[in-house]
Write a protein that binds this ligand. Structure first.
Ligand SMILES: Cc1ncc(COP(=O)(O)O)c(C=O)c1O
Ligand SMILES: Nc1ccccc1C(=O)C[C@H](N)C(=O)O
Length: 462
């Protein structure tokens, strides 16, 4: 099996990256029109894997030529009845789980609700849900609606832990202290593995351990962690986890999601929302009236999965497999992200994150935007993602200053004109992600130089 050992990009050819022309880059020489853009947005939607494209086309052909027979007989040995079996072992490796602890199914938010319905069992003494403040909105809605479903007021039932004043990310000690002090009233501790906005990789093992010591259930939303950072869900004794696959796993827009349930729950957490795909496959097609669940995560499957979605995921997972392990991929990821960070720190407009509060006092106070101050301030940026590589994945989140000044939007547009695709989170953040499967040092240089030119222009034109 091949392994990425240096900063070359052996898998670059595996992915179709949009060209500068495709994304409408207008400020580049004509000669680069057909070159790949610098696609730094794998945290939102991974690019198309060429193998996925091939596999989808293969399946379309099977559908065209065999129709329903494709379920039972398949020219490439991927009978649709068992199509999920092509991806579960690969997913299990990526999240550090046993195969039977993983199911590839449905969508992230739906899976989150399924897991909450199975694991959030509040009692009058222990009914709280602990999560990070400003979790991805879908998660906030899911937590709140589940609290309401059980008769609790979300403002009381949900504890949202926010960074300290003047800080942007959570300190491990603050998370652990809170769990230790309030754990006996907490039913569920659920964080995102990697935070979508800040890029912080939470100390998953330590949080899980602290939660377990207090008798809490511990679950994880791994949307931004899966395929990004190495994990050992089984060994860490995580109770459940959910993820989508269209970010670092490159399965395509709306791709099929996944979930993990620790095997220790096999006998005590039967699926409550049963469907035929969670039924024992050996008798599924005898159509028995009584549900007999597959032990473990796969018993939670409800419907027959989308074959096109699964093979789309499979194409990309084969690229992960060729790399060899998440640890190897992570090595490359760490050095590329360090390099991006280093380039950003060289900028004239770089503001160290610990100076943000002092230099832009309103940046950590949403009510009073710096952009409305009477004194015009220089446009700049800080990196709010933790600088410790152990506390982050591939993404760096740049906070544009002064906050509320509109600088972020202008820089974002300018980067796009130069063929650099990041993503913006209003009002002030651009996320840049160096995905180790397909991004290059050249992408980093383009982003850093584009950013410098954009801020130079912004500061001289006002
Ligand atoms: C952390 C997190 N949770 C939930 C979602 C929602 O996912 P979906 O629309 O696939 O349910 C996303 C991404 O969209 C996310 O990043
Ligand atoms: N599925 C999408 C469709 C359209 C636009 C964004 C998304 C995202 O996934 C957003 C992502 N979860 C984020 O971290 O912001």
């Amino acid at each position: 099996m091949g392994a990425l050992e240096d900063l070359s990009t052996p898998l670059l050819d595996d992915f179709a990256i949009p060209t500068n022309t495709d994304i409408g880059a207008t400020r580049l020489p004509e000669t680069t029109a057909d070159d790949s853009c610098a696609y730094l947005c794998g945290n939102s939607l991974g690019p198309l894997s060429k193998q996925s494209e091939k596999l989808i086309n293969d399946e379309l052909k099977v559908w065209r030529t065999r129709a329903v027979e494709g379920h039972f007989s398949h020219p490439h040995g991927r009978e649709w009845l068992n199509i999920a079996d092509t991806v579960t072992p690969l997913l299990a490796e990526i999240v550090g789980a046993k195969e039977k602890e993983v199911a590839c199914m449905s969508t992230l938010t739906a899976n989150l609700h399924l897991m909450l319905s199975a694991f959030y069992k509040p009692t009058p003494d222990r009914y709280k849900i602990l999560c990070e403040a400003k979790a991805f909105p879908s998660d906030q809605y899911a937590f709140a609606s589940q609290a309401v479903l059980h008769g609790y007021d979300p403002t009381d039932a949900i504890i949202e832990l926010a960074p300290r004043t003047g800080e942007f990310t959570l300190r491990e000690s603050d998370i652990i202290d809170l769990i230790t002090k309030q754990g006996n009233s907490i039913a569920l501790v659920i964080f995102s593995g990697v935070q979508y906005y800040t890029g912080q990789w939470f100390p998953m093992q330590a949080i899980t351990k602290a939660a377990k010591e207090q008798g809490c259930i511990c679950g994880w939303d791994l949307a931004h962690a899966v395929g990004n950072v190495p994990m050992a869900l089984h060994e860490w004794d995580v109770d459940f986890a959910v993820w989508c696959s269209y970010k670092y796993l490159n399965s395509g827009p709306g791709g099929i999601a996944g979930l993990f349930i620790h095997e220790k729950w096999n006998n005590t957490r039967p699926p409550q929302y049963a469907g035929w795909w969670g039924h024992d496959p050996s008798t599924r097609f005898s159509m028995p009236p009584l549900f007999n669940a597959i032990p473990g995560a796969q018993g939670y499957q409800q419907s027959n999965p989308s074959v096109l979605n699964i093979v789309s995921l499979l194409g990309s997972l084969q690229a992960f497999k060729r790399v060899g392990s998440m640890d190897l991929l992570r090595k490359r990821s760490e050095s590329l992200t360090l390099h991006l960070e280093g380039e950003l720190e060289k900028s004239k407009f770089y503001v160290p994150v610990h100076e943000v509060s002092a230099r832009y006092p309103s940046a950590t106070n949403d009510k009073n935007r710096d952009g409305q101050n009477s004194q015009p301030q220089r446009f700049g940026f800080a990196v709010i993602t933790p600088s410790d590589p152990e506390s982050r994945g591939a993404q760096l989140s740049l906070l544009f200053l002064p906050t509320g000044s509109g600088a972020m939007g202008k820089v974002f547009d300018r980067l796009l004109e130069e063929g650099v695709v990041g993503d913006k989170r209003e009002p002030d953040v651009i996320r840049l992600t160096i995905a180790p499967l397909y991004n290059t040092m050249g992408d980093i240089d383009r982003a850093a130089h584009g950013l410098e030119r954009a801020l130079e222009e912004l500061n001289t034109s006002t």
